[in-house]
Design a protein around this ligand. Structure first.
Ligand code: N01
Length: 532
């Protein structure tokens, strides 16, 4: 029998966004329920358990700052944390603040429908209907996996795994012929580890990717003490950087530096910075000539690291460096020197068919016991459009967004009252440090709910004009950069049939300022208690 209940707020998702949202709602006295499809908390870090899964933002930055005791007491083991420790951290936070009992696990939200007469949402799962005043979609930017329809895949008799929903049990590669499709961050992190024990590893590459060594290692105790001694200031300084991440700011221009100088600076970054490589110069994502200096530095490195010149050439990307998310690895390129690893450039030698035990390309056949899809996500919108969300006048979100997602500030959507997104499309989200961005959104939403309670407002929605203007600004800002110059999941072009719209907003400081200005002006761009 379908149960029913009523709460103030339903939160969808128990990743870092849902966890903090729940914490705030409880503290502020709103009744709430979190619905989570997984059997545990952690979102991305719950699902992405593939070998080598690790964060590319330094641990002392990729963590909550809302509770000083928490940030002082938690000890990160490594400079860049493993999926395992990040998941332990998420669980620690949930138990520390007694949040687990407010989360319903193993439950997928099927639909959310706004009832205009009562001004409430009805959120349906397989066994429950929850009526609520507000819905917060904390569904994550990279949570709806892309499972491409490769000819013959249904005939494959071996194991098929997706990096984005990796089994919770131990996966053994020993003695197996493994084929992996895709060469994005997930694949680049997992390939060196899979290659250690697999009998053979065939890597099917559609687009070569730039990757920088993470230079990961144990947490430096002196650095930890130093940062913890001024954690608040450290966080504030980082928030002033364009991406909200330390080390990604520089005023020097690559195009104005002598060649020897750029080589030296890029070498230093190669040896220590990981993702911060793109922070070596200020013009790398603005000027194609500057970008090419960085790109050719990385291509030279690839040719140095990979013994077989044909493999090295195939591994060299030719697109703008950084316009697809820069990858960070541990021994990726070097892995192609192993005798059990082969690279198949499927632009030159396309996959024709998957049989019950092999992957067949135009010129070759690769015996396969285990097929790994490292094919990424329906990013930024997929988790939302896969829920049947209906707003005013029966409008479906999936239809409204069919020609590109629109939102006001990545927080609200016109025609969908009392529905908030955490790090939605149109906010810096994936082009920022996600944890502080999540905190900023959750705090903005919480402040808004308190303001509504204090001012006897029951319905909030963004206006169409505010949304139009904001999305125009998101587009114009992105076009000032080189981020729009290639196919990537940032602009939906990784998926056939998805509208090509660049969705993250570039620039944490102006974005945070805009959000503050909106709340200070009694929520300019939003309207309250609109009559039906
Ligand atoms: O996914 P991706 P991901 N046939 O979309 C290929 C974050 N993350 O899971 O480039 C053949 O990057 C596709 O090819 P192409 C991070 O933000 C972070 O690896 O579209 N190939 C591409 O090579 C990251 O960017 C970390 O031509 C197909 C690959 O599959 C994001 O998650 C670690 C195909 C997909 O790469 C997504 O990363 C992991 C097809 N039909 C992830 N369809 C950190 O380090 C797709 N591809 C923190």
């Amino acid at each position: 029998m379908i149960k029913s209940r009523e709460v103030d707020v339903v939160v969808v998702g128990a990743g870092f966004a849902g966890i903090y949202m729940l914490y705030k709602l409880k503290k502020l006295g709103f009744s709430s329920r979190v619905i989570e499809r997984g059997d545990g908390v952690g979102g991305t870090w719950h699902w992405n358990r593939y070998p080598g899964a690790r964060c590319d933002i330094p641990s002392l930055q990729y963590s909550y700052q809302f509770d000083d005791d928490l940030q002082q007491e938690w000890e990160w083991e490594e400079k860049y944390s493993s999926q395992k420790q990040i998941l332990e951290y998420a669980n620690h936070v949930v138990d520390r603040f007694d949040l687990r009992n407010d989360i319903t696990f193993n439950t997928e939200v099927q639909s959310a429908t706004f009832n205009e007469e009562h001004g409430k949402w009805t959120v349906k799962t397989s066994d429950e209907e929850i009526v609520c005043s507000q819905c917060v979609m904390a569904t994550g930017c990279l949570s709806q996996v892309n499972e491409p329809n490769i000819p013959g895949i249904e005939n494959f008799k071996g194991e098929i795994l997706h990096t984005g929903k990796w089994p919770h049990s131990n996966v053994n590669f020993e003695g197996k012929n493994v084929s992996i499709i895709g060469t994005g961050s997930s694949s680049i992190q997992s390939i060196p580890i899979i290659a250690e024990t697999a009998k053979n590893l065939a890597v099917f590459q559609r687009t070569a990717n730039y990757s920088i060594p993470s230079n990961n290692g144990p947490m430096d105790p002196d650095e930890e003490v130093e940062i913890k001694s001024r954690y608040k200031e450290f966080r504030e300084e980082n928030w002033q950087n364009g991406f909200g991440i330390a080390g990604l700011e520089n005023e020097l221009l690559a195009t104005e530096a002598p060649e020897e100088e750029t080589k030296k600076i890029f070498s230093e970054h190669w040896d220590k910075s990981g993702l911060g490589f793109l922070g070596a110069y200020a013009d790398l994502m603005l000027d194609p000539n500057a970008n090419e200096i960085a790109a050719s530095f990385v291509r030279d490195k690839i040719k140095e690291l990979v013994d077989n010149p044909e493999t090295a050439n195939d591994l060299c990307p030719d697109h703008t460096i950084g316009c697809k998310r820069l990858c960070v690895d541990t021994g990726y390129y070097e892995t192609f020197n192993k005798p059990n690893v082969s690279l198949i450039n499927i632009k030159r030698d396309p996959i024709l068919d998957i049989t019950e035990n092999s992957v067949k390309t135009q010129t070759n056949e690769f015996e396969t016991d285990m097929l790994i899809l490292a094919t990424g996500f329906d990013a930024m919108t997929g988790a939302l459009t896969n829920i049947d969300i209906t707003g005013r006048n029966g409008q479906k979100l999936s239809e409204i967004w069919a020609n590109g997602a629109k939102s006001y500030l990545g927080l609200g959507i016109a025609g969908f009252p009392n529905l908030f997104m955490v790090t939605g499309p149109g906010s810096p989200s994936v082009l920022s440090n996600m944890l502080p961005s999540i905190e900023q959104h959750v705090e903005w939403i919480s402040d808004c709910l308190v303001w509504m309670r204090e001012n006897n407002k029951s319905i909030i929605e963004s206006t169409e004009s505010a949304e139009e203007e904001w999305m125009k600004h998101v587009k114009e800002t992105s076009e000032l950069t080189l981020y729009t110059t290639c196919n990537s999941w940032y602009n939906g072009s990784n998926l056939d049939g998805k509208s090509k719209t660049f969705l993250p907003y570039i620039g944490v400081p102006p974005y945070a300022e805009k959000c503050e200005e909106v709340s200070k002006t009694n929520y300019q761009g939003f309207i309250f208690d609109k009559s039906n």
